[in-house]
Write a protein that binds this ligand. Structure first.
Ligand code: GLA
Length: 400
């Protein structure tokens, strides 16, 4: 009898103990988020339009799946503490918006914050975690971005774990995107808590600048890239480093710079969350965002984050092991002037972490240019190319 009681107890605790939803985000999440372009100017009509364009433009078919409303969708909490949407900007209600987005074959994401208020001063989830998780589940939400403003006295791991548990108890699989900015090293404890975690402060729409807001700064693409050092081993299927959302097409960078930004995010196996106005994007922007070969590098099933192999003058050489023994290689030219590349494929490239090695001594790989779609021969001969300023040469090496 005693044994049975103990067994029952063990079973009960196994089946009721909270955890994160597994099986979500086996490859880096892809979607669109309102913040980078629209900030607090969000409403149901605009979000429905974005959903329409994601489908019409071919972005959905390219892999973009989540439409995420960031800060400022909120109205007030009612007398029982339940959160409601802003009735002027969301007159049909979030549930109707979610239904619309689902009807387009897409998923819907929402935003909250671990603190008392969000970064834009709207109601945060502190003390309301279970209530909010229940509300999101009832609305049919599929993704939660959870921010870190106004969190004095909170322990990050505990606060994010509370929301994870709340989401799990609510029962609807919701991808949990932790937006803690890297201060508490979420890569060290985030694997069992969320599906992705921000590694830095906010991105800014420039190639290599720092934009000061007074007490804090936002960072250009190169600055963010440099901040990813030393954390690649923490990423993998179901748990990704998130260097923040894309600025592609937002006008602060040239087409070359946007291409370099997108390519490097693919090399990092980063979540690809577009943040531009899709209704007015240029052909070049759409071409960058939907480049199937670049996306395939980001979404590769091995889920191995790429690494910087070398830096010579202005050119960095990055490698990323892919399925079936393929490799992605990206030459990033950080200078505004063109740079010549001369790379001998016989150079020893070995990834200590994944134990993959590029064995051009033994294997002949075909070399394919991901952006021009040209075949550049094979790895028997050295690569001699020129990379424009603030741009990349991104290649896929394949055995077949
Ligand atoms: C923080 C986040 C941003 C965005 C804003 C919203 O700054 O890092 O990504 O969500 O808050 O207020």
């Amino acid at each position: 009898m005693k044994k049975i009681v103990i067994l029952l107890f063990v079973f009960a605790s196994v089946f009721t103990s909270a955890q994160k939803f597994e099986d979500l985000a086996q490859t880096p999440p892809m979607g669109w988020n309102s913040w980078n372009k629209f900030a607090c100017d969000v409403n149901e009509k605009m979000l429905m339009q974005m959903a329409d364009v994601i489908v019409e433009s071919g972005m959905r078919d390219a892999g973009y799946e989540y439409i995420v409303v960031d800060d400022c969708w909120h109205g007030e909490r009612d007398s029982l503490g339940f959160i409601h949407e802003n009735p002027e900007h969301f007159p049909s209600g979030i549930k109707a918006l979610t239904d619309y987005i689902h009807s387009k074959g897409l998923k819907f994401g929402i935003y909250s914050c671990a603190g008392n208020t969000t970064c834009a001063g709207r109601p945060g989830s502190r003390g309301h975690e279970y209530q909010d998780a229940l509300t999101y589940a009832q609305w049919g939400v599929d993704y939660l971005k959870y921010d870190w403003c106004d969190t004095d006295g909170l322990n990050a791991e505990a606060a994010y774990t509370t929301m994870r548990d709340a989401l799990y108890s609510a029962g609807r699989p919701i991808l949990f995107s932790m937006c803690e900015w890297g201060g508490n090293k979420p890569w060290e404890w985030g694997t069992d808590v969320g599906h992705m975690w921000r590694t830095t402060g906010d991105i800014y729409d420039c190639f290599d600048c720092e934009y000061s807001h007074g007490s804090w700064s936002s960072w250009g693409v190169m600055k963010i890239l440099d901040m990813q050092k030393g954390i690649r081993t923490y990423a993998g299927p179901g748990h990704w480093n998130d260097p923040d959302m894309l600025e592609v097409g937002n006008g602060g960078m040239t087409v070359n710079e946007d291409r370099a930004h997108f390519s490097m995010w693919c090399m990092l196996a980063a979540p690809l969350i577009a943040g531009n106005d899709l209704t007015s994007m240029s052909e070049e922007t759409l071409e960058i965002l939907t480049n199937a070969d670049a996306i395939a590098i980001d979404q590769d099933a091995l889920g191995i984050q790429g690494f910087k192999f070398s830096a010579e003058d202005s050119v960095e050489t990055w490698f990323k092991p892919l399925e079936n023994g393929d490799w992605a290689v990206c030459f990033l030219n950080r200078s505004s002037k063109p740079a010549k590349i001369d790379f001998d494929w016989k150079t020893k490239v070995y990834d200590d972490f994944s134990k993959h090695d590029l064995s051009a001594e033994k294997t002949v790989y075909k070399v394919f240019d991901v952006w021009t779609k040209k075949n550049l021969g094979n790895t028997k001969r050295s690569l001699k190319e020129e990379v424009p300023g603030h741009d990349v040469l991104m290649l896929r090496l394949s055995k077949n």
